[in-house]
Write a protein that binds this ligand. Sequence first.
Ligand code: ADP
Ligand code: ZN
Ligand code: ZN
Length: 731
Amino acid sequence: MAILRVEPLTTARALRGPFDYRRPEAMADLGVGSVVRVPFGPRRLLGVVVEVAEASELPPERLAEPIEALEAGATPELVRLGLWVAREYCSTPSRGLQLVLPPGTGTGSAGRTVRTKTELRAAILPAGEAALEDGERLGSKQRAVLEALRAGEMSSGELATAVGSDRATLRRLEGRGLVSTHSAAMRRIPGEPGLAAAAARPELLPEQTEAVAAIVAALDGEAGSDRKMLLHGVTGSGKTEVYLAAVEAALERGKGAIVLVPEIGLAPQAVARFRARLGDRFAVLHSALSAGERYDEWRRLRSGEASVCVGPRSAVFAPVRDLGLIVIDEEHDASYKQEGDPTYDARAVARKRATDTGAVLVAGTATPRPESWLELPRLELPNRVDGRRMPPVHLVDMREADPRSGPVHAETWEALEGVRTAGAKAIVMINRRGFAPWLTCRSCGHHWGCPNCDVSLIVHRHSGRLVCHHCAHSEPQPRACPECGSTTLSQAGAGTERIEKLLRERLAPMPVLRLDSDTASERGAHARILARFDALPSAVLVGTQMVAKGHDFPEVTLSAILDADATLRFPDFRAEERTFAMVAQLAGRSGRGEAGGEVIVQTLAPNAASIEHAARHDSAGFLELELERREVLRYPPFSHLSRVNFASEDEEKVDEAARTVARELRLGLPKGSELLGPAPMFRVRNRHRRRILIKAEDRAGMIVAMREVVEGRAADRSLKDVAIGVDIDPQ
Ligand code: ADP
Ligand code: ZN
Ligand code: ZN
């Protein structure tokens, strides 16, 4: 008799599986990855079979049997991956497994709410064909249905759309023996993004051909070929074309592929290109899909009906069969890191999965991460498609600008007016949304801050409110100061809304579109805004970092960034890397067409290495320098980092917890580790926060020590008011 080892799906950290169950004869097809409902004491729980064993340590009569199995489960390969994520990121097996299960699986006793939906499908029978040919007497609807079915089987829904038929017509035809019907799984199809893409396959340029050849050699397992590669290509060098060709090569070899893209809403063009080229083999998985759509896409991949999954970080867990290739597009993008538990990094998971399955990994970007530069062999695309030059970048030193002249420098205005005269397009980026980041009273100096967080409230003019960007707090924009009654309030600084207004006033009648998380919050809004920008003959697109990501609009002749050093001011060892990527990516949006283009970078730090190198489009130079700096400071990739975050409404308790954990970690961490903190962080959502940072050489030792401490603390009731979170490889 086989024993099923079942890991319960639960949010409780203390419940530690796996637990043994008997596999009844009737459930002989249950195996690793099956999702089962099992009795658990007086309760019922959902769980995942993580192992099938010969025998249990418990006597058979003490073992229960599963009550039922759910419709679909994960594969053994994915179960291993989910459990690896749980260990590697100090999480629980349950949380790790949930990543690899069908969408909507649920936890505890709740079952899956999403399942396969069926529909009625109809096919024409020979008698139906004969009836049409012999001119048999048919109602007009019946005739229309038969005519439509001559081209092939159709669902009742499709027939309703095509010829306006109803179910009664189908039933009558079936009754006359002219058609047959059956019920079949239907697919809830994710909506098309607003951007259309051509399915045309351009002839590859020599450098693209070389890159594809290297990937194909790896797919074919040629001796000496690299299995993991960095595709380093300047913006507009045709990287996406290389991915497409590599995916097609994988398909030709009977293999599946995963293509990871940053937040899907930010990459509608790339997704549309994959969809157009891959047709039915294409599936997409992301959180903006409805539960049913997500489940159906997952199931199509699991069954092999679709073999390529495009999606954001969670798509690294897609149940693609015979995985042959994983592509990570824009591999520098911070969205690959999950913030919540488990704090996995999809790039690290992709590497692990590629290693375990033998798949080829291609990470592509114009601005590689220092770790990828150091660790991966490179494929280079040094030139833009059509041999266009990279646009010249002009640094504007804002330290010398008159503060009264506002957030847009005179030189930037001049360039924008040039774009209007030429009837072209411009992209303007500022790293903050809202109208103004500071509201103060001119008479008494009162300053509006968030009551729950130690930050300023941001003025949002469109909604007429003051909004906190860290919690849900918002309040109506005041007319007068609550302290002194004065009505002269100063709105200092600028965000996307203010820039939008300034541009509208000065550049009229040129249309100005704003793209930030306020305007793009609705489903599909992001793609709609980009589609409008694409369709207009001449326009300005203003927004946050969203405007810098991956779009390809040939009419853009100017891109400008108004606060290029904003990201540099973060106390973070990745600040330089981030700033470089942001400036270089924005620069890449300009000059993609025949008219050429230019880039303006307004900055208070024109001499910062990241900004200087980005201005020269010199990623190699920047990365060499950055790697030197990291080595000296012992930052990744020359060490491993982790963090413990503490939060509580009670400041004393959070302090005590952080100090206790720091003391325990100092004892438990392997040699060669360094512990910094606990350092105070600004208050968010009324919670005081502390943070410990750990630098270690021995990654495995660091993870073991972290897990022990965190599990010990989770069980410590005196700390129950303090939330403790672990972040391995924090960004
Ligand atoms: P990247 O991903 O490096 O930014 P893309 O693959 O998006 O670059 O290519 C930029 C533009 O050039 C796209 O419009 C694409 O269709 C086009 N393109 C890419 N490769 C070729 C080629 N070999 N011939 C013609 N056009 C190409
Ligand atoms: Zn006042
Ligand atoms: Zn707040």
